[in-house]
Ligand binder design. Structure first.
Ligand code: AMP
Length: 393
């Protein structure tokens, strides 16, 4: 069901309580080392301000242990936001409570307030109703623009809508449009590429995608378990013994659809400087480890991708953190970047990092901001932080 967005609300004089994802990396002195997530929220924030709203912004930051920890304070984030917005940004050093309520009550159109890290309150991750009610006192309408946290039912992502109407911000809407559009209404051929370490993380994704896509290309560590299920000797490669049976069943179900590597780059150790060579899937030397897909696999996958009109990619094709085993992942990124007239969607996490590392993110239709959230979305699950938003009438 499509959701209402910030365009569906008359904001004049209203306080928008916005759940943003300002969980940015900082160095040991608290200096923000990458503000992409803050920048990404600006279209939503500027729109709300232009329409006459005041803003109360809330986010989690890092992993504090259920209580205040100065290392994870939102104060420096609020200061940085002020420079980006070009207007003063107020900050209160509590998540909820009388001070936050008093400051929020006094807000005038155009004012911006950032509250303290939502995870300084241990009730946040328990979706505690009292905390949700206290948060709701800070605004008139809830806006969820934090897709990356939408797979969690927390007080600031879900519970708050028991007390306030909720709508999607532009970032959230973009995620739903691209991921939802690909799954529900794809231009065909529709190809999925899955990689990464573990099959067990992606079984539900494969099950769901098998009903929707024209082809699934599997690489990365997870491919080894499928190869083992086919009876190949995989040396010391990463294998999930307990998932071999499931892999066999998935292969039977997706016989015409699932494509596995035909060759691999194998190494004599899990190390950046290990001796390595390209081998056919039936020729991994005893004791060696498959760490990337090989050139014949890249060519095979390129063939499957030629002419694709919708592509979803989650998980690297190899241990791309080590340059010797990054070629498969980089090649897939390059193929996606060069596909003409295709909608290409990268499902966050490591594949997003790999595409950025290759400098190709600008040539991808949509790079998701949520690793875990996009995986659950691809499993066909309704994300709690999305389900609670008002349906479009
Ligand atoms: P995931 O979080 O499941 O998407 O997995 C990402 C991780 O999988 C990355 O850190 C990669 O280094 C790792 N990976 C990819 N291919 C392999 C492989 N063949 N063997 C071991 N690890 C791998």
């Amino acid at each position: 069901m499509p959701k209402q967005t910030i365009r569906d609300i008359n904001w004049q004089g209203k306080r928008a309580l916005v759940r943003v994802d300002f969980n940015v990396p900082q160095d040991e002195n608290g200096v923000i080392t990458d503000d992409a997530r803050i920048q990404a929220a600006l279209p939503t924030l500027n729109y709300l301000l232009e329409k006459g709203a005041s803003l109360v912004l809330m986010s989690h930051l890092g992993r504090p242990k259920g209580g205040p920890d100065p290392k994870y304070s939102m104060r420096p984030i609020a200061e940085h936001l002020g420079t980006l917005l070009g207007r003063p940004v107020q900050f209160v050093g509590e998540v909820v409570g009388s001070e936050a309520e008093a400051v929020a009550r006094a807000l005038q159109p155009g004012d911006v307030l950032v509250i303290e890290n939502t995870r300084f309150d241990s009730r946040e991750t328990k979706n505690n109703p009292e905390m949700a009610a206290q948060l709701a006192k800070l605004g008139d309408v809830f806006v969820n623009d934090a897709f990356g946290s939408a797979h969690r039912a927390h007080a600031s992502t879900a519970g708050v809508t028991d007390y306030l109407p909720g709508v999607a911000g532009f970032l959230m809407q973009k995620e739903l449009d691209y991921l939802g559009g690909a799954l529900d209404n794809p231009q065909r051929p529709f190809v999925a590429i899955l990689g990464g370490a573990k099959v067990s993380d992606k079984i539900a994704v494969i099950e769901n995608l098998l009903t929707k896509v024209d082809a699934i290309l599997i690489g990365g560590g997870m491919a080894n378990t499928f190869l083992a299920a086919q009876g190949y000797a995989t040396g010391k490669s990463l294998i999930e013994e307990e998932a071999i049976d499931t892999a066999r069943k998935l292969l039977a179900k997706g016989e015409d659809c699932i494509h596995l590597p035909v060759d691999l780059v194998a190494a004599d150790a899990f190390a950046a400087d290990a001796a390595h060579k390209t081998v056919a899937v039936d020729a991994i030397p005893e004791g060696w480890i498959a760490l990337d897909i090989g050139p014949a696999t890249i060519a095979h996958f390129a063939n499957r991708l030629a002419g694709a009109k919708t592509v979803i990619w989650n998980g690297p094709m190899g241990v791309f953190e080590m340059p010797a085993f990054a070629a498969g992942t980089v090649a897939i990124a390059e193929i996606l970047a060069s596909l003409p007239n295709a909608v290409t969607v990268i499902g966050g996490g490591d594949s997003a990092a790999a595409v950025r590392q290759a400098g190709l993110d600008g040539k991808i239709s949509h790079v998701s901001t949520g690793g875990g959230a996009s995986l659950e979305f691809l499993e066909g699950q309704v994300l709690p932080g999305v389900a609670v938003l008002a349906d479009l009438k």
